[in-house]
Design a protein around this ligand. Structure first.
Ligand SMILES: CC(C)(COP(=O)(O)OP(=O)(O)OC[C@H]1O[C@@H](n2cnc3c(N)ncnc32)[C@H](O)[C@@H]1OP(=O)(O)O)[C@@H](O)C(=O)NCCC(=O)NCCS
Length: 149
């Protein structure tokens, strides 16, 4: 499928309600609209939204910490999965990160999250190690991945 219909834009107030709804659909401890809104005020936070035919399909946020950026979250609405939305978001964030002289993108993912791990591995993230009992609700290990830019 062509990816031309996916547009990546900076997150703004108009996206917050739709993104909070996607969070509810995706996670056992979803970010609230308020916590998403707070990211708009943080200079080191780089949040981008994917629009498909104008509709909010997903988002990705990262936190600039010098040489490294930490991926806070990436989520795609169940209605828009397997269309390359997450891949497009990650590629767009990588472009921004390189311009910011960031050398690595680092993230954690639940061990059982096979979809996300497949995504990261396909893009070229390298498995770094395991952080035991990192998550709660339910308790689970985190797998750490890094993409070298
Ligand atoms: C993981 C997630 C972000 C993927 O989003 P997406 O837009 O569907 O991903 P893409 O279409 O860009 O997929 C790219 C590749 O990832 C892998 N992938 C994605 N979903 C997959 C699935 N359900 N099963 C197996 N592999 C999958 C595939 O390799 C896929 O390439 P392909 O479609 O050519 O086979 C999405 O499933 C999601 O939002 N999940 C819930 C939230 C979440 O777990 N976020 C990650 C937190 S660490």
């Amino acid at each position: 499928m062509s990816l031309d219909h996916i547009k990546i834009v900076p997150m703004s107030e108009e996206h917050i309600a739709a993104l909070a709804a996607i969070e509810q659909q995706c996670f056992s401890t979803p970010w609230s609209a308020q916590s998403l809104r707070e990211e708009l005020e943080i200079p080191s936070a780089v949040f981008r939204v994917a629009l498909v035919d104008g509709a909010v399909a997903g988002y990705m946020g990262m936190q600039d910490a010098g040489d490294v950026a930490y991926v806070c979250n990436i989520a795609v609405s169940p209605d828009y999965r397997r269309q390359g939305v997450a891949t497009t978001l990650i590629e767009a964030q990588c472009k921004i990160a390189r311009l910011m002289m960031i050398r690595e993108l680092s993230l954690e993912v639940r061990t059982s999250n096979r979809e996300a791990r497949a995504l990261y591995e396909k893009i070229g993230f390298q498995y770094i190690g395991t952080r035991p009992h990192f998550y709660s609700h339910p308790s689970e290990n985190a797998e750490i991945y890094t993409l070298y830019l």
